[in-house]
Design a protein around this ligand. Structure first.
Ligand code: HEC
Length: 149
């Protein structure tokens, strides 16, 4: 890989981080090493699963909080997959970086669903909230099928 390509990627990475830092409401810190990235994304994935499983039964402020968590998680997700970060116990596939657009398109589907689910939770729109949870849930398997070993 050329130096030029590497620095272009670094700049793109920094821009991504800037966006994340601007919009994320939690104190998200991007991983500094591939090992940190793997640990952080495994933890985030497990939290996502728990949040999603519990979210269907929630209403009111708790539903709002669950959707905010999912929105933050999907917003932060791309930064947890720095290029080539397959180390240790990682089940990530190289396809992630060979098809970064496809990978991030799935994340964007989940992020957009969480955004509309958040609005639905805030306005007490139970059907919109349930539809958003279903759409978010769909992205889990869709991504794992293509991008996880
Ligand atoms: C855009 C892709 C993508 C989406 C969306 C996604 N995942 Fe994952 N998930 C991955 C990848 C890649 C891994 C493997 C990460 C690694 O091992 O480095 C993973 C790993 C996991 C793991 C295993 C964690 C561990 O400890 O090894 C769980 C559980 C999981 N995901 C649950 C979920 C759930 C639940 C959702 C939906 C709410 C979800 N994921 C959405 C890509 C995704």
């Amino acid at each position: 890989m050329s130096i030029k390509k590497i620095s272009a990627m670094a700049i793109a990475g920094l821009m991504t981080l800037g966006v994340v830092a601007t919009f994320a409401q939690d104190a998200f810190v991007a991983p500094a090493t591939p090992e940190e990235a793997v640990t952080a994304r495994k933890a985030l994935m497990r939290t996502n699963g728990q949040t999603l499983r519990g979210a269907g039964a929630l209403t009111g402020d708790q539903a709002v909080a669950a959707m905010q968590t999912l929105l933050d998680d999907y917003t932060n997700m791309p930064a947890l997959f720095p290029e080539g970060s397959i180390v240790g116990e990682s089940e990530a596939l190289p396809a992630i970086w060979e098809n970064w657009e496809g990978f991030t398109a799935i994340i964007e589907t989940g992020r957009a669903a969480a955004e509309s689910g958040l609005a639905a939770a805030q306005s007490g729109d139970a059907a919109g909230y349930a539809a958003a949870l279903q759409a978010i849930g769909g992205t889990c398997g869709q991504c794992h099928q293509q991008f996880r070993s």
